[in-house]
Design a protein around this ligand. Structure first.
Ligand code: SF4
Ligand code: SF4
Length: 358
């Protein structure tokens, strides 16, 4: 093996392997395992595989790498593990190794990365932003919000209603997170450097984004020198100025993995929704830091295994319907898109739902 990534992280991997008691708690929370019911796709299986690759007992083939690409990187296993095994980190290290070894990704993921390199956008689309603004609150829309007016317009309307002095930054600049997830750290950093140059040379005092993966991308790269908040955190600080009444009563709020578990934001979206007259949030056991992935996996895993993604979505939708929800609200563009694949319940972003209310 040419890559030294696993050897360089031997202490972490050995420790994870040794402290994992194979209790199997993580299997019950892992959407990837529950869709496949295959030990290689369970968190504990992936730890064993990581250790085996590092030791040279298991060859990192395309097939083995595929079991790592099927991970949604949702972090649910890390949250539940009594031994605090960071399975997600181990999986990302194997992905980096596979990239360095030149092991091909599943076809649709390869196409996505090529498209981003060519267009600087996840969807291969141009930004629809017409009015950039010149304020000191920097809005990083990310690939979806900057190209889809059904998400972009309510966000801008909300900012204007609150009188926010904003400036849209990073138009036609993907944050590069799909490269991070693919293990291509150099390409990821290239995207982050381009964004950091624009941000660090601006008069901005805060970055606000509706994309939870964007927050993680900025944090992992560590190249921007100002703070970053999710749009729900930013709006929750001003919730007393938002007076709305909803016709839809029973709302299922889905905690996106990257917002709730990775960024730790669970209360602010709820505060915003509960602030609306008439809204009743339907509680479900898989919420907050123990939430269930939408089946997207940051828009990346769904491309590796669409069947696994669909099975996870189906499981989620079934539960939401049994709860009696009238609408789904989420705070992640990839989760939003995933939930939109079902047609029975309306789907909103948090600010999109606020704008829908009178
Ligand atoms: S929950 Fe933790 S200790 Fe238990 S099997 Fe999973 S990784 Fe191992
Ligand atoms: S990060 Fe999520 S999908 Fe990946 S192994 Fe852990 S629980 Fe499973």
């Amino acid at each position: 093996m040419k890559s030294t990534i696993l050897k360089d992280n031997a202490e972490f991997i050995d420790d994870a392997f040794m402290v994992c008691s194979l209790c199997g708690k993580c299997r019950q929370t892992c959407p990837s395992y529950l869709a496949n019911l295959w030990e290689f796709t369970s968190p504990r299986g992936r730890i064993e595989t990581t250790f085996g690759i590092k030791e040279g007992h298991i060859e990192l083939t395309e097939r083995v790498n595929r079991t790592m690409q099927q991970c949604f990187t949702c972090g649910a296993c890390v949250e539940i593990c009594p031994a605090h095994v960071d399975v997600r980190k181990a999986i990302l290290l194997v992905r980096q190794t596979a990239f360095e070894e030149g092991i091909p990704l599943p076809e649709e993921q390869t196409k996505l990365l090529k498209r981003i390199k060519e267009t600087n956008n996840y969807y291969g689309k141009e930004s629809i932003v017409s009015e950039q603004g010149s304020g000191d609150i920097l809005i990083y829309l990310g690939c979806k919000y900057s190209t889809d007016k059904s998400l972009y317009e309510p966000l801008i309307k909300q900012l204007k209603e609150l009188g926010v002095n904003y400036k849209i930054i990073g138009q036609n600049k993907c944050c590069g997170f799909p490269f991070y997830l693919a293990g291509d750290i150099k390409e990821f950093e290239k995207h982050q450097e381009a964004l950091a140059e624009e941000i660090n040379n601006s008069n901005g005092k805060l970055i606000v984004t509706p994309c939870p993966e964007g927050i993680e991308a900025f944090k992992q790269a560590g190249k921007v020198n100002i703070d970053i908040k999710h749009i729900t955190e930013f709006l929750a600080e001003q919730k007393s100025k938002i007076k709305k009444k909803s016709g839809i009563k029973k709302i299922y709020y889905h905690d996106p993995c990257y917002l709730a578990r990775i960024a730790g934001v669970t209360e602010e979206p709820r505060q915003l929704l509960e602030n609306i007259d008439g809204v009743e949030l339907i509680p479900w056991k898989l919420n907050g830091k123990t939430s269930l992935c939408s089946g997207s996996g940051a828009g990346f895993t769904e491309l590796a295994d669409p069947e696994e993604a669909q099975a996870t979505l189906n499981r989620h939708i079934q539960a939401i319907k049994e709860l009696g929800a009238e609408a789904i609200v989420t705070a992640c563009p990839h989760a939003y898109e995933q939930f939109k694949k079902q047609k029975e319940l309306p789907v909103f972003t948090v600010e999109g739902f606020i704008q829908e209310c009178k």
